[in-house]
Design a protein around this ligand. Structure first.
Ligand SMILES: C[S@@+](CC[C@H](N)C(=O)[O-])C[C@H]1O[C@@H](n2cnc3c(N)ncnc32)[C@H](O)[C@@H]1O
Length: 367
C-alpha cells in the first residue's frame, strides 16, 4: 500500500533526511525525491513515528500523487480519484467523510483548492458517502502543488500538522529567555535526527532550549552548562515545561563540558545535540574553535559506540563553506579527529547575512 508524506516546505532535503531517519528507511526507497510529496510503502503503524517530525505537515495513508497538466485537469482528476478509491480499497461502510484541501504555490486557474475539494466530494457523494464537513469519521486530504502541477490525496492520518502547537511555546514565553535560546523547530529536528535507544546530552544547554523540547517530545535528556545563571534559568524552564504537560525526563547539571567524562556518572548517551557560543555570548578566553573541538572530543567519550551528534554552527547563508570565520574543510577536521564522521550538513537561513549550518555526524572508530 502506498502512502504520501506531505512536507512542510521548510527544507526539502532535511524533510527527506528526517523522514528516512525516523522510519529507519533508506531515502532511495522513496518515490518523489526533491518535492514536498514523498511516496513510500510503509505500514501505517510505522508512519505514526512521523507525528512529531519537524518537517512533516501530514500523512496520507493510503495515499498517492500524480502530475496533472493543462488549465482544466478536473476530468482527469475525477477519473484518477475514482480509480484510486477502488485500488486503495476505500470502501463505503456508512461512515461520514470530508475532503480537506490545501494549496501549495500561487493561484492557478482551474486549480482552486475549494473547487477541487468539491470535485472529490462529488465523486464520494455519487458513491453514497455521507458528507459531513464538521465532524467526519474519515478525512480525505488533498494537497495541490501549483508550482509543479502535482496533486496528492489520501486518507489523512494527522488531525493537525505536528508544528501546530509550537507557536504556543516560543522561547520568549518561558520564564528564562535569552536571545541564544534554541528555536523549538531546530531542537525537535535535531532530537529526531540523533535519537536512539538511550538518553541525549546537550553539553552547552544554555537556557535549556533543547531540554524543554526534548521533554515535550517525551525524550530523556541531560543538559550541561558552565554558567551558573544559565543552569538556574534552564531549571526554571524545565519546571515550566513540566507544568505545561512535558513528560520527558530531563535534568541540568553545572559543569565544564570540555571535561564531561570526569564528572558524568553515566557514559552511554546515544545522542548529542548542541549549539556552541559565538560572538558576544562566548565564555572565557579560549578561542571558540578550540572550545568547539574540545566539546566534540569530550562528547565522543561519553557516548555509546553507535551514536549520533547534531550541532548548529553560525555560517554565511550565501557561502556555507564559511563557518564562523573558518572554512568547512577546517571544521570537518575537528569532527574527524575527535571520532565523528559527518553524515550531512544543511543551511538553515536566519536572515540575509546569517545562517545556521546544521551538521549531523555519527561515531566512527577512534584511531
Ligand atoms: C549558544 S549558547 C546555547 C544556547 C542553548 N542552546 C539555548 O537553547 O539556550 C552556548 C552555551 O554554552 C555555554 N558554555 C560555554 N562554554 C562551556 C563549557 N566549557 N561547558 C559547558 N557550557 C559551556 C555557555 O554558557 C552558553 O550558555
Amino acid at each position: 500500500m502506498h502512502s504520501v508524506i506531505i512536507g512542510s516546505g521548510w527544507n526539502i532535503p532535511l524533510f527527506y533526511t528526517e523522514v528516512s531517519t525516523l522510519l529507519k528507511q533508506n531515502v532511495d526507497d522513496f518515490q518523489g525525491v526533491n518535492t514536498r510529496f514523498l511516496q513510500l510503502q510503509t505500514p501505517v503503524e510505522l508512519l505514526k513515528s512521523l507525528s512529531s517530525a519537524a518537517t512533516v505537515d501530514d500523512i496520507y495513508s493510503p495515499g498517492t500523487f500524480n502530475y496533472f497538466s493543462g488549465e482544466n485537469p478536473v476530468d482527469e482528476i475525477r477519473v484518477n480519484f475514482e480509480n484510486w478509491l477502488t485500488e486503495a480499497h476505500i470502501e463505503n461502510l456508512g461512515q461520514s467523510i470530508a475532503v480537506r484541501a490545501i494549496r501549495i504555490g500561487g493561484k492557478k486557474k482551474g486549480w482552486s483548492s475549494a473547487y477541487l475539494a468539491g470535485v472529490l466530494g462529488g465523486v464520494l457523494s455519487k458513491k453514497s458517502w455521507i458528507i459531513d464537513l464538521d465532524n467526519p469519521e474519515v478525512e480525505i486530504g488533498l494537497a495541490i502543488n501549483t508550482n509543479n502541477s502535482q496533486i496528492a490525496w489520501g486518507v489523512k492520518q494527522l488531525s493537525q500538522a505536528p508544528r501546530q502547537g509550537w507557536s504556543k511555546r516560543t522561547p520568549t514565553q518561558r520564564p528564562f529567555f535569552k536571545p541564544v535560546s534554541m528555536d523549538p523547530r531546530h531542537a525537535i529536528l535535531m532530537a529526531n535526527l540523533v535519537k536512539g535507544e538511550g538518553e541525549i546530552i546537550d553539553p552547552m544547554t544554555g537556557t535549556g532550549g533543547f531540554l524543554v523540547e526534548a521533554s515535550f517530545s517525551g525524550i530523556s535528556a541531560v543538559g550541561i552548562d558552565v554558567a551558573e545563571e544559565m543552569v538556574a534559568g534552564a531549571k526554571l524552564n524545565i519546571q515550566w515545561a513540566k507544568e505545561n504537560g512535558a513528560t520527558g525526563k530531563v535534568e541540568v547539571i553545572q559543569g565544564d563540558s570540555t571535561k564531561l567524562s570526569s564528572f558524568l556518572p553515566q557514559k552511554n548517551f546515544t545522542g548529542v545535540v548542541f549549539d556552541p557560543p559565538y560572538g558576544r555570548n562566548s565564555q572565557g578566553t579560549e578561542s571558540l574553535s578550540v572550545l568547539f573541538a574540545k566539546i566534540l572530543s569530550a562528547s565522543r567519550e561519553v557516548v555509546d559506540v553507535d551514536s549520533k551528534l547534531a550541532c548548529l554552527l553560525p555560517c554565511t547563508p550565501s557561502d556555507p563553506n564559511q563557518v564562523h570565520g573558518r572554512t568547512w574543510d577546517e571544521v570537518e577536521v575537528d569532527f574527524i579527529s575527535s571520532g565523528w564522521e559527518v553524515l550531512g550538513k544543511w543551511v538553515l537561513p536566519v536572515h540575509a547575512s546569517l545562517g545556521r549550518l546544521l551538521v549531523l555526524s555519527k561515531t566512527k572508530d577512534l584511531e
